[in-house]
Design a protein around this ligand. Sequence first.
Ligand SMILES: O=C(O)c1cc(=O)[nH]c(=O)n1[C@@H]1O[C@H](COP(=O)(O)O)[C@@H](O)[C@H]1O
Length: 224
Amino acid sequence: MTSPIYVAIDTPDLAKAQHLAGQVRHHVGGLKLGLEFFCANGHHGVHEMTKFGLPIFLDLKLHDIPNTVAKAVQALHLLEPAILTVHAAGGRAMLEDAKAAAGIHTKVVAVTVLTSLDDGDLTDIGVAAKASDQVRRLADLAQDAGLDGIVCSGEEVAMAKKGWTDGFFVVPGVRPAGGAMGDQKRAVTPRQALDNGASILVVGRPISLADDPDLAARAIEATL
Ligand SMILES: O=C(O)c1cc(=O)[nH]c(=O)n1[C@@H]1O[C@H](COP(=O)(O)O)[C@@H](O)[C@H]1O
């Protein structure tokens, strides 16, 4: 069975990214490349990483006016990522245009409330809702706009899935029991996230900072 774990390769260094992917390739289901990697290595870097033969999740969290996001998505066509992120807070028109601009092999998923934010952080940016209510609102918007799914924490995924049974649910910010939270605030264990309905799990530092990343990936897989 394919692993639901996508390893977050958060480094600007292509050689380090290739080394990590090479270490874990047999125990993860895909590679997630984010802003740090893409800003440093661009299309060339993504091409290099496709050589591992795993699906590529390009996590650029696009968030701009609809025209700009649609053009950016078009500019990514050649890369054919399996998954691409945009921010749900960009609004309905931006989400619709992003989906329309994406290639047929790319799932476009909307980031709802970052897993690094809690209710207090939402208050600070003028969002009066609790994180869970905001996730529900943005999940409904993403579904209406025709997206393939959302990114949310393992705390909300069961609730979000109830209203969107065939949606694709990406859960990052997961932590093995007792693992360091770092900047994550709404974290659950990988097993909980999967039990709650995650389609895939994004795991970064618990694997990439481990002495033996492959062992860490296998240990997480063994809990699923
Ligand atoms: O879209 C994401 O992947 C994402 C959304 C979110 O709400 N929270 C979140 O942590 N992520 C990404 O998931 C990864 C989590 O990394 P670790 O906290 O190191 O496991 C990072 O690459 C984040 O950019």
